[in-house]
Ligand binder design. Structure first.
Ligand code: ZN
Length: 85
């Protein structure tokens, strides 16, 4: 991706989601109200007031499969159990 003059890339994450490769670029731009943000090749993005949270959420976005599938499975299981009672 193309960075603007005031943008500084401080991290890149390669991963997959929705069955396709995904790349997240973490960027700092001091002209924004929330200077830390990341953008994914899928078009998703998030911004933060500090660096905290940027890496964790970027990593999570590009590596969702195992944990998210487990969570979906657990939610389904709970629902099934409640429905059975
Ligand atoms: Zn994405």
């Amino acid at each position: 991706m193309q960075l603007k003059e005031n943008e500084y890339r401080f991290g890149t994450f390669h991963g997959r989601h929705d069955g396709a490769p995904a790349k997240v670029t973490a960027i700092r731009d001091d002209t924004r109200p929330e200077p830390y943000f990341w953008l994914c090749s899928c078009g998703a993005g998030r911004s933060f007031p500090t660096e905290d949270g940027v890496f964790a959420t970027a990593w999570r976005h590009t590596h969702p499969t195992r944990l998210d599938r487990l969570r979906q499975w657990a939610t389904r299981r709970l629902r099934t159990r409640r429905a059975a009672r």
